[in-house]
Design a binder for this molecule. Sequence first.
Ligand code: HEM
Length: 160
Amino acid sequence: MLDGFLGTRATLMLDVVFLAMFVVLPVLAVSIYLARVRKNYLWHKRIQIALGIVLAVAVAAFEADMRLHGWTHLAEPSPYYDAQTGGTVFTVLWIHLAVAVTTAVLWVVVIVRALRNFPSPPAPAEHSRWHARWAWAATWGMVLTAVTGWIFYYLAFVAS
Ligand code: HEM
């Protein structure tokens, strides 16, 4: 397993995903600004699809790393980890996973429905109301996914 570069107990892949979320959220904010304020729906569409692909690749690589190498041995020095019960680390991980899985489903649905229901090139349409509601849910889901992921990272791989 490759060591990370942040100087914590985490693996390279964990460090990459941890840092990537600091890039994903501002890019998401810019993309929403482009749609809402600048009315540049084409770049909003391109950025959202690119983000969706980047996130799918990151999740696949991250899952592979965790399944192949495991992570619990890296969390052992943490006071929040308990080998018997899992401790707070496990509780936070479950919350994170629940939020992340829900958000991933939302992203797929929002992107697929947008591609099907907005004209090309994209512009406001009948689909706008549905999109405004669920795209905001997908956006806040991503924010929560990042925040719960960062908390998990700290509890499992930084705290000692
Ligand atoms: C998960 C992916 C996406 C997210 C999170 C997202 C997010 C958003 C948000 C938050 C808004 C502003 C809604 C408002 O007015 O309050 C918006 C507007 C818009 N988005 Fe997306 N979007 C996504 C994908 C797409 C895609 C793939 C397209 C094009 C095919 C698209 C086209 C539009 C359009 C045309 C608007 C303007 C709607 C209007 O003001 O009438 N979006 N999006």
